[in-house]
Ligand binder design. Structure first.
Ligand code: G
Ligand code: G
Ligand code: NA
Ligand code: MN
Length: 256
């Protein structure tokens, strides 16, 4: 698989090479304020074109470079937050972490060191964790999450509703937020069951004191419904598609 060599080369190139991070705004539904951005990987491969993050992550995990990739993502996001802060833009960023990342015991130390190096506050960082990642080795993952929580990093349960044991996770893990999986949000306006699931997640999370984020908000109708049902934060094409870092200041200026 040529992709592996290509990925390794890209990761060894300063500035990420062909791998890039895009940023998608997250908006508070009651105030309209931008509360943060989610960092999303893109791979512009010279021959294959745009390789999806799913495929990129599969290649990285199967080849043992996932840890390197995650570290590069953390580094890049923190450097970007520091650059934005220099330009007067104080932003929070969400970083996705995968199964293996949470089994890497030095993830917490690495993050703590880089935060200090870039002068970024821990509460400017949110880690988005998928339920699949939590299932692999729950006790070890819990210990890592508790250390991240003590560091002051916010933790978000991603793709909520698609995994297993989700209710136990909600009770036991030091989470501040739940992200409703976009499949439910996308189906909401045409599928009553999806709408019921979204409503239940909002109620459940609210009762447990968790912030609820809806991703995949593509139109005004979905946005209105979510506001009416007490969803806290929205992310989706209705506001903005994921964009390169240098486009974000312009988008923000226009949005405000
Ligand atoms: O941007 P979107 O299509 O395409 O992202 C697809 C999936 O890839 C999402 O589920 C997202 O969580 C995952 N993803 C995007 N960026 C990263 C990353 O930096 N690390 C990990 N582990 N997953 C990511
Ligand atoms: O990590 P996760 O799967 O939650 O990442 C969010 C994914 O959702 C990314 O792949 C991003 O590109 C995608 N996305 C963000 N907003 C929208 C949207 O409004 N519609 C659709 N179809 N996908 C979206
Ligand atoms: Na995510
Ligand atoms: Mn998701």
């Amino acid at each position: 698989l040529g992709l592996l060599g290509d990925l390794r080369r890209s990761l060894e190139t300063p500035g990420f090479g062909e791998v890039a991070l895009y940023y998608q705004p997250q908006v508070d539904m009651s105030s309209g304020e931008v509360v943060g951005v989610e960092a999303l990987l893109r791979w512009r491969h010279p021959v294959r074109g745009l390789v999806s993050p799913e495929e990129l992550i599969k290649v990285a995990e199967h080849s043992g470079v996932m840890r390197l990739l995650t570290y590069r993502v953390i580094d890049e996001v923190l450097a970007q937050l520091a650059r934005w802060a220099e330009g007067g833009m104080q932003l929070r960023a969400a970083i996705n972490v995968s199964v293996r990342d949470l089994h890497t015991t030095d993830l917490v130390d690495y993050l703590a060191e880089r935060l200090a190096e870039y002068g970024v506050a821990a509460d400017q960082i949110q880690l988005e964790i998928t339920e699949g990642a939590l299932m692999a080795d729950p006790r070890r993952v819990l210990a890592t999450l508790q250390r991240l929580d003590r560091l002051g990093v916010a933790l978000s349960l991603d793709d909520f509703g698609t995994g297993y044991s989700s209710l136990q996770h909600l009770r036991r893990l030091p989470l501040s937020e739940v992200k409703i999986d976009r499949s439910f949000v996308l189906g909401m306006s045409t599928d009553e069951d999806d709408a019921s699931i979204v409503r239940s997640i909002i109620e459940l999370a609210g009762a447990l004191g968790l912030r609820v984020v809806a991703e995949g908000v593509e139109d005004e109708r979905t946005w209105r419904w979510l506001v009416a049902h007490g969803c806290h934060v929205a992310q989706g094409w209705f506001y903005a598609r994921p964009m390169p870092a240098d486009e974000l200041p312009r988008w923000l200026a226009k949005y405000r």
